[in-house]
Design a binder for this molecule. Structure first.
Ligand code: AMP
Length: 574
């Protein structure tokens, strides 16, 4: 059976197909748009646009407006509530994805269908073909920190879950993972378990039982991988006891997980001793990954954008094991594949796959003034930044994804993108303009001051406090241990000075913006924030810490404020 599946994928052929598609990007885009519009011409949304069966890019741009999720919400709502007439697509939508929603404060509903599943597998196979050339995997298993979110039926009877859940549940997914010689080492009961804390514990247990076979450690986003290893520091002794006695810890209470895990466990004191010895011999957990999993080739997950702040700590655990960023996409569909796996995640780029959607790029003019006309995929310029508009096979037309990307080169005729940040401004009071990236850089700079005390920032977010006059920026930090008051005061000064946009600096100088405030929160606060999102239906696999808590996230703000241990106002600009 396995040989049969292996035959289905000829990795050289996958790369050849990718080369052909990217060489012919302009025509492939036109063809893709035509196919989308032909398939969905009967949909009410397209009919009302007046496009009238035309499928060329010019007519499309002239008739169909650029939209946000809010604009489509009434249409999606009808689908979710069970209206099966052709609303956004020709064929009815039967599955809904919940985006992580961490930027808006609540999950969004997005249509999902077989075509999105196919493009997911296409992008997985494409980047794997390139990765496998550099880091070949043979007869391996993967320790995948993946978790399914709760799946439920909408009022109208549609299956709903996070996009990753829809993917993990699909039979094509397993087939593809097997073809990549990296099936997940954990049984389905663990992946689809109802309690992620228990699933995480069992993922580790499975990984340790198969430690010699593990060649890949992965998750959708790097945050989950880091979270897993931070948890390991707390539970490793208990894991050793389970392995020694061949009996599962009483912390695992879900019956289906207990049954599945019990089948795998046998008393193995030698393995328990070995792991115990390895963990005890490490200094501050440096190089934990290769100690536990000696044959692991690389660690894989999305590592760019809001995941970058976790790289330092992840490298600490990884030692010499390379970190490779996974592809670029969203619940709304995939966009680009990482075909240069040797690049460190900070430099990772994504080559747009021209047949998985129709892509347009709105030039970013520093967020000032109205947007100019979007450009086509092959018209973009190297060095410029754009917001992506997606047209996909699942009923989204000229949809603003809200991400800013920079074109850093071309692979054949297709642009290679670097992810920059979400487009919305995180921090702005008057003329100041700071994005997620600006915040990240400021935190990175100030966190250097903690390194002297062997501490790091576990996680962070921000808030604009307008309750005082003038308003000021508040940065929340969870720190890995006790830092001195002096150092934290210095950190608040450093943060204040690290926002270098002219609007902020000039406002600070004349006190039109008050001194920046650093609020240090208790250990575990960001875990509480994640738990809050999980309760709303998000999946750990897709979780991204919101980097700003605006008025829509009042619960998160409350969690933060009730956990503040100390706060430090900057004395810079005095
Ligand atoms: P969601 O669909 O809610 O899980 O999140 C999709 C969002 O995650 C995208 O719009 C991006 O902002 C972010 N994202 C996805 N892939 C990447 C990537 N490779 N690099 C940086 N950010 C990413």
């Amino acid at each position: 059976m396995l040989e049969k599946i292996m035959e289905d994928f000829n990795w050289d052929k996958v790369m050849e197909e990718f080369e052909a598609l990217t060489k012919n990007a302009e025509n492939v885009q036109k063809e893709t748009l035509k196919q989308i519009l032909d398939e969905n011409g009967s949909a009410e949304y397209l009919k009302n646009s007046g496009i009238n069966g035309r499928t060329d890019p010019e007519s499309y741009k002239a008739c169909v407006p650029i939209v946000t999720h809010n604009d489509l919400e009434p249409y999606i709502r009808r689908i979710v509530d069970g209206d099966s007439s052709p609303i956004l697509t020709g064929k009815p939508i039967t599955t809904i994805s919940l985006s992580s929603g961490t930027t808006q404060g609540k999950p969004k509903f997005v249509p999902f269908n077989d075509e999105l599943m196919d493009s997911t597998m296409q992008i997985y196979r494409t980047s794997f073909a390139f990765r496998n050339r550099e880091y070949p995997i043979k007869n391996g298993k993967a320790l995948q920190f993946i978790y399914s979110s709760k799946q439920f039926k909408t009022k109208g009877g549609l299956a709903a879950g996070t996009a990753t859940t829809n993917v993990f549940r699909n039979s094509q997914y397993k087939k593809t993972m097997r073809s990549m010689q990296s099936p997940c080492c954990s049984p389905d009961e663990v992946i689809f378990g109802p309690d992620f804390h228990q699933s995480l514990y069992c993922h580790f247990l499975c990984g340790l039982l198969f430690r010699g076979e593990i060649q890949l450690i992965s998750s959708t986003f790097a945050h989950s991988i880091l979270h897993a290893f931070r948890t390991f520091e707390k539970v490793w002794e208990e894991l050793c006891i389970d392995i020694r006695n061949g009996v599962l810890s009483s912390r695992i209470t879900v019956p289906s997980i207990r049954t599945a895990m019990s089948k795998m466990l046998r008393p193995n004191p030698e393995l328990a001793d070995l792991i115990h010895k390895k963990c005890s011999g490490l200094s501050n957990w440096y190089g934990l990954v290769p100690e536990l999993f000696p044959n692991v080739k690389y660690i894989y997950g999305i590592m760019t954008g809001s995941m970058e702040p976790y790289l330092k700590k992840l490298r600490h655990y990884a030692g010499e094991v390379p970190l490779v960023s996974a592809d670029y996409g969203s619940s709304e569909g995939w966009i680009g594949a990482n075909v240069n796996p040797k690049l460190p995640p900070e430099l990772a780029t994504y080559v747009v796959l021209p047949n998985i959607g129709y892509f347009e790029f709105t030039p970013i003019m520093d967020n000032i003034g109205p947007d100019t006309e979007p450009l086509g995929l092959t018209e973009v310029k190297i060095g410029e930044e754009y917001e992506i508009l997606v047209t996909n096979f699942a009923g989204l037309y000229r949809y603003r994804l809200g991400d800013v990307v920079k074109v850093v080169g071309f692979h054949n005729a297709t642009p290679e993108l670097k992810f920059v940040c979400r487009r919305n401004l995180l921090l702005t009071i008057n003329i100041d303009k700071n994005t997620e990236k600006d915040l990240q850089l400021a935190v990175e700079e100030a966190a250097k001051l903690l390194a002297g005390e062997k501490l790091d920032v576990v996680d962070f977010t921000s808030y604009v406090d307008l309750s005082t006059e003038p308003g000021h920026y508040v940065i929340f930090w969870e720190v890995s241990g006790e830092a001195s008051q002096e150092v934290l005061s210095e950190c608040s000064n450093c943060l204040d000075k690290a926002f270098i946009d002219a609007g902020y600096v000039s406002s600070r100088k004349v006190n039109a913006i008050g001194p920046l405030e650093l609020r240090v929160v208790r250990r575990g606060t960001f875990q509480k924030i994640m738990d809050h999102y999980l309760a709303l239906g998000s999946a750990v696999s897709q979780f991204k810490t919101p980097r700003n808590v605006g008025p829509t996230n009042s619960v998160v703000l409350q969690i933060l404020c009730t956990n503040v241990v100390n706060s430090y106002f900057s004395t810079a600009f005095k």
